[in-house]
Design a protein. Structure first.
Length: 197
């Protein structure tokens, strides 16, 4: 049983890596199997289809990311202000996507390409992730540190879409993932306009 679980984990890890780097259409079962150190037909001993495998990677990615963000935010303690908590979530999300979590990056990269029924199931699983972000935004609006005129749902949707995009365009270079995460937080929370007097 343990060996079967190990094989399943290797396949999931390989699929997450392949989806992150090649997208949904570019992710071939043969590539996933090769990365997992097995033959492609062996995948079917663990997953009935590529769709089942992709969906499990999506669910794991949501879980990994949500758990990481919540740990960073809740680690600040209850005395942290809502805007500090929101900023910590932005930084944690970007840094996590850019520092090697294949599962979360795979979700960000392939979500829009998922078949409709699978996308609905993944969206349902996303609800706790969405609710957590919504609560952070609403708390910052309530205490006056975030613009109360903005609809929190619109803010959340734009925020997550912008943050998720980093895994598709980021290449190691001038700025580290942590620096990009800090700049993303500053831009999203404070804007890019220079205040004129």
């Amino acid at each position: 049983m343990a060996q079967a679980d190990h094989g399943r984990t290797r396949i999931l890890d390989a699929a997450a890596y392949t989806l992150r780097h090649k997208g949904l259409t570019g992710a071939k079962l043969s590539d996933i199997a090769k990365r997992a150190g097995m033959l492609a037909p062996s995948i079917y001993h663990h997953f009935p289809s590529k769709d089942h495998l992709v969906e499990e990677v999506m669910m794991e990615g949501i879980y990994h990311n949500n758990r990481h963000i919540m740990a960073q935010v809740e680690g600040l303690g209850s005395s942290a202000s809502p805007i500090v908590r929101l900023r910590a979530a932005v930084v944690a999300h970007v840094d996590f996507l850019l520092t090697g979590d294949d599962y979360s990056s795979a979700v960000a990269r392939v979500f829009d390409d998922l078949p409709d029924e699978m996308r609905k199931r993944v969206l349902a699983a996303y609800s706790s992730f969405d609710n957590y972000w919504r609560d952070l935004i609403v708390a910052a609006q309530r205490d006056g540190s975030a613009n109360q005129a903005l609809d929190p749902t619109v803010v959340r949707k734009f925020l997550i879409a912008m943050l998720d995009s980093c895994s598709s365009w980021y290449r190691p270079g001038k700025l580290s993932p942590a620096q990009i995460a800090e700049q993303a937080a500053d831009m999203l929370l404070y804007g890019i306009a220079v205040e004129r007097t």
